[in-house]
Design a protein around this ligand. Sequence first.
Ligand code: HQG
Length: 175
Amino acid sequence: MRLSKFMSYALRHQPQKFGLEPDAYGFVRVPNLLTVLRDRYGDLETSDLERAVQDCPKRRFEIRGEKIRARYGHSVDVMLDAQPCRPPELLFHGTSPAMKDSILEEGIKPMKRKYVHLSKTTEEAFQVGGRRSKNPVVFAVKAEEAHGKGIKFYDMGLVVLTAEVPARFVRFADE
Ligand code: HQG
């Protein structure tokens, strides 16, 4: 598993398994994470970790002082201390066609994660859906309208988070 993928796994889903003790905001100490990473990847320095963080266009991780965390994607409890944003008219969600009917019926749910993850472009959503299917479907979320009805969105860069998207704000992207 490549470094960034393993870091995502440990920080988002299984910190306890590796003896990492995240604070309420999901931060673990950099030296502790380095110890875990050295077990698998050999002699890594803090600078290698910093490079992994900086080289990621999706900005998966954040280093603050001596601590590091995943910025999104968690299944473990986390407080992200992100400010709600005013979203664009439309955001997008790419997924497998197998989820289509269920999403149209019950909306987009966070499933195992703490938040629903949305994309800013159909291209990005298509890539996200491509993790699950060769023929992903892309939904458009009427984000501005949902925001007007009190639903909160959090802009994390390429990814926008929200708690859940009710079905009335979801349609196919190409309709
Ligand atoms: C689906 C990666 C049936 C949903 C990605 C998705 C993203 C439903 C799956 C980020 C449903 C959950 C998150 C419903 C949602 N019925 N299926 N009502 N509501 N689903 O992995 O958005 O590269 O938790 O469509 O690129 O695929 O790791 O969410 O297929 O940005 O940084 O349930 O993770 O980012 O799957 O991915 P996931 P996701 P990284």
